[in-house]
Design a protein around this ligand. Structure first.
Ligand SMILES: Cc1cc2nc3c(=O)[nH]c(=O)nc-3n(C[C@H](O)[C@H](O)[C@H](O)COP(=O)(O)OP(=O)(O)OC[C@H]3O[C@@H](n4cnc5c(N)ncnc54)[C@H](O)[C@@H]3O)c2cc1C
Length: 244
């Protein structure tokens, strides 16, 4: 039995509504937070051997889960792999670190590359998969190396160029869970970084809603091949703002 084996948290028949920003989603067989990489390895091997459907989640800020839920297990590293190390201009972070924390810590050290993503919710894992970005910056821009684990518990190492990154998309294999990533950033004068951060931060109130609308349109289009028309009245936006 998997629940006896898991050293971390094992929540049986857990409603995903508790783990998504939209507050929507029915029960999954188990919502699991492994205690560490070794625990994760054992869980993946068990799931593979038993043929259990497995989904990897971050903090659920980009997840739309059906009210019917999901027959398989959901594994999140959001609360277990949270180590962040910054040495000179090199950033090493595990996928459970919140993107906001990385942004804050790099700004503090006058490192440029992440500041435009201030306010983007979610973990580093989700950000890598989604190639999260804002105001012209994307998580993949300064990316160096990524570590992942396959369902047989083996560690995979990718250079940035092994993966294709495009708008809110990446080509990481779906049956691998990301573990950590490293980034090489550049130094920039503090006042310039603060200026860019402030600009990004100011723009977020509006762009949160725009992003949310685009996300809803994209999700509906991908799932149902339906192009949703905007039903709200908008004012002051340039043409194409809500296009996906
Ligand atoms: C209000 C609001 C504003 C937003 N603004 C922006 C924005 O400005 N820019 C932007 O890019 N996005 C934005 N988003 C979307 C969201 O913040 C990003 O997509 C974010 O990167 C998702 O991170 P997460 O940890 O919540 O991932 P989740 O939503 O949990 O998962 C997203 C995807 O990543 C996968 N995943 C997560 N962790 C792992 C892992 N360790 N290994 C393998 N797969 C994994 C999941 O399977 C899923 O496919 C916004 C969302 C909201 C709700």
């Amino acid at each position: 039995m998997l629940n006896k084996q898991v050293k971390g948290t094992f929540l049986k028949n857990e409603p995903m509504a508790k783990h998504t920003s939209y507050g929507i989603g029915g029960p999954v067989r188990a919502y699991i937070t492994p205690s560490d990489k070794n625990d994760l390895k054992q869980i993946l091997i068990f799931a593979k051997n038993e043929g259990i459907d497995t989904f990897f989640a971050g903090s659920g800020s980009n997840l739309l889960v059906s009210d019917k839920g999901f027959e398989g297990i959901v594994i999140t590293l959001g609360k277990s792999l949270t180590h962040l190390k910054i040495h000179g201009n090199k950033v090493e972070a595990e996928v459970g670190v919140m993107l906001g924390k990385i942004v804050k810590e790099t700004i503090k050290r006058n490192l440029t590359g992440m500041e435009s993503m201030i306010g983007v919710p979610g973990t580093l894992g989700g950000a890598l998969i989604m190639n999260a970005g804002a105001f012209g910056g994307e998580i993949s821009n300064c990316l160096n190396i990524i570590k992942a684990m396959s369902m047989d518990g083996k560690t995979r190492i990718y250079q940035k160029d092994d993966i294709v990154f495009s708008y809110r998309n990446s080509t990481f294999p779906e049956d691998e869970i990301l573990l950590s990533a490293s980034f090489i950033l550049n130094k920039k004068p503090a006042d310039e970084i603060q200026h860019d951060r402030a600009k990004a931060s100011k723009g977020r109130k509006e762009s949160h809603i725009v992003d949310l609308i685009k996300l809803a349109k994209k999700t509906v289009f991908e799932k149902f091949d339906i192009n949703l028309e905007l039903e709200i009245k908008t004012l002051g936006f340039s043409p194409g703002t809500f296009d996906i």
